[in-house]
Design a protein around this ligand. Structure first.
Ligand code: HEC
Length: 158
C-alpha cells in the first residue's frame, strides 16, 4: 500500500493469475507427468536384461551365419563390407590402418591373446579387456560389432 514516485499500489485485494495461464500451467504439468510415466521402465517394458538378451541373440545369429558361410567357402567373409568402415573409424587409430598394430596389438594373426575365432573377436570387441581394449558394445551396437569382427577375421591369417 502506498504511492511511490506517483505510481499507486493496487488496492483491489488479491490479484489472480489469468485463467488462460492457469489452464496452460496445469496442462503442462499433467503432460510432463505423462511423459515421465511413458519412460518409466515399468510402463515401457524396457529392461536392461532384455536389452542384453537381444544383443546376445544378434551375436549368436551372426556367428551362426558366419559359421555356415565359412564352411561353405572355407574362408571367413566380410559379409556386407560394413566392417571396413567401422574399423577405419573406430579401430585403426590403435590397431593400424592395416591391422599392423600400434597402441593395440597387431590383428594379423595367427596368434591372438584372446583367441582368433570370430566369436573371440566379437566378445573382445563387445566387452573390451582389462588391458586397454575398450568395450565397443554400447557404442557400436551388435550389428556393427559383428561386422567389424567379420572384417578382422576376414583379414587375418588363421
Ligand atoms: C584405445 C585403443 C584401442 C582401440 C580404439 C581399439 N583397440 Fe582393440 N585392443 C587395444 C589393446 C591395448 C588391446 C590389447 C588388450 C589386452 O591385451 O588385454 C586390444 C585388443 C584387441 C583384440 C584382441 C587381440 C588379441 O590378440 O586377442 C581385438 C580382436 C581387438 N582389439 C579389436 C579391435 C577392434 C575391432 C576395434 C574397433 C572396434 C578396436 N580393437 C579398437 C586397443 C584398442
Amino acid at each position: 500500500m502506498g504511492e511511490y514516485d506517483g505510481i499507486e499500489e493496487r488496492k483491489e485485494g488479491k490479484s489472480r493469475m489469468p485463467l488462460g495461464m492457469t489452464i496452460l500451467f496445469i496442462g503442462l504439468a499433467v503432460s510432463g507427468l505423462y511423459y515421465v510415466y511413458l519412460y518409466l521402465p515399468q510402463s515401457s517394458g524396457w529392461t536392461q536384461s532384455k536389452q542384453y538378451q537381444q544383443s546376445v541373440e544378434v551375436l549368436k545369429q551372426a556367428s551362426a551365419t558366419h559359421e555356415s558361410k565359412e564352411v561353405a567357402s572355407g574362408e571367413p567373409v566380410d559379409v556386407n563390407n560394413q566392417g571396413l568402415a567401422v574399423y577405419k573409424t573406430n579401430c585403426a587409430m590403435c590397431h593400424g590402418e592395416n591391422l599392423e598394430g600400434g597402441i593395440g596389438p597387431a590383428l594379423t594373426g595367427p596368434k591372438f591373446i584372446y583367441g582368433g575365432t570370430l566369436a573371440d573377436h566379437m566378445r573382445v570387441i563387445h566387452d573390451g579387456t582389462p588391458n586397454g581394449m575398450p568395450a565397443f558394445g554400447k557404442q557400436l551396437g551388435p550389428e556393427k560389432v559383428r561386422d567389424v569382427a567379420h572384417y578382422v577375421a576376414f583379414r587375418h591369417t588363421k
